[in-house]
Write a protein that binds this ligand. Structure first.
Ligand code: DC
Length: 225
């Protein structure tokens, strides 16, 4: 199902700087930025809020069809109408989201929403499986990586800036654990798609990373014309 809209997929492991880069790229191109990790986080929040156990698949999946998730134009994440932008970045959600993201029924529900969003507008979508599963026809696929140390330090600084207190070692452990769960789940694991271009941002700052992605986009879209 090819659409006339352009999709740019930015995938890669946790805290590789995908969302910061994706936001800049979307703004430069006038595309809509879609943070799919925020959707899994919002679902996790809903499960915890309902008093259910995120590690229990049956309990977590009982909310499928009952959780509404919206990404607003100004970058907020709404879960059943409540602004959850801040709590979804906290420790409780971060350490449980990989379990939620490993349940097929929940993934299929969120993937449906992601495909719908990409069907009627130009998007920059970041996640783990966008190029490999959600939007296999995406015109541009980037697989953004960075060392665990770099990623942990970035996520730690990001949390601090948001007023969220965590230790660097705690963040590094969380990153390692999520990498493992994300790439070992049975259905739709984190994997580099055959068409994706790998970009290692360990030694690049945000501006350099965004410039590198924009260069890939220009080249790929140029080739298609
Ligand atoms: O990008 P993030 O850290 O906000 O993602 C949160 C979790 O959601 C991450 O552990 C993996 C999962 N995720 C996923 O499985 N598929 C996606 N497309 C996006 C995120």
């Amino acid at each position: 199902m090819m659409s006339s809209f352009v999709s740019i997929a930015i995938d890669g492991p946790a805290a590789a700087g995908k969302s910061t880069v994706a936001k800049i790229v979307a703004k430069k191109l006038g595309y809509v930025y879609i943070d799919t990790g925020a959707m899994y986080r919002a679902f996790t929040y809903a499960v915890i809020k309902a008093g259910l156990d995120p590690k229990n698949e049956e309990q977590a999946c009982s909310l499928v069809g009952k959780v509404s998730i919206e990404l607003t134009e100004d970058g907020c994440v709404l879960c059943n109408g409540e602004d959850v932008s801040k709590p979804i970045r906290g420790n409780e959600v971060s350490s449980n989201v990989s379990y939620i993201a490993s349940y097929k029924t929940i993934r299929l529900e969120l993937i449906k929403l992601q495909r719908e969003l990409a069907s009627h507008q130009n998007v920059v979508m970041d996640g783990r499986d966008i190029g490999s599963y959600v939007l296999p026809d995406a015109q541009v696929k980037v697989f953004q990586v960075a060392s665990v140390e770099t990623r942990a330090k970035r996520r730690y600084d990001e949390n601090l800036a948001k007023g969220i207190q965590t230790s660097l070692e705690e963040v590094a452990e969380n990153v390692r654990q999520r990498d493992y769960i994300d790439s070992h789940r049975d259905f739709d694991p984190l994997v580099k798609d055959k068409d994706a271009i790998e970009l290692d941002t360990s030694n690049l700052n945000i501006e350099e990373s965004a410039a590198a992605v924009l260069e890939i986009v220009a080249k790929k879209l140029g080739e298609k014309q």
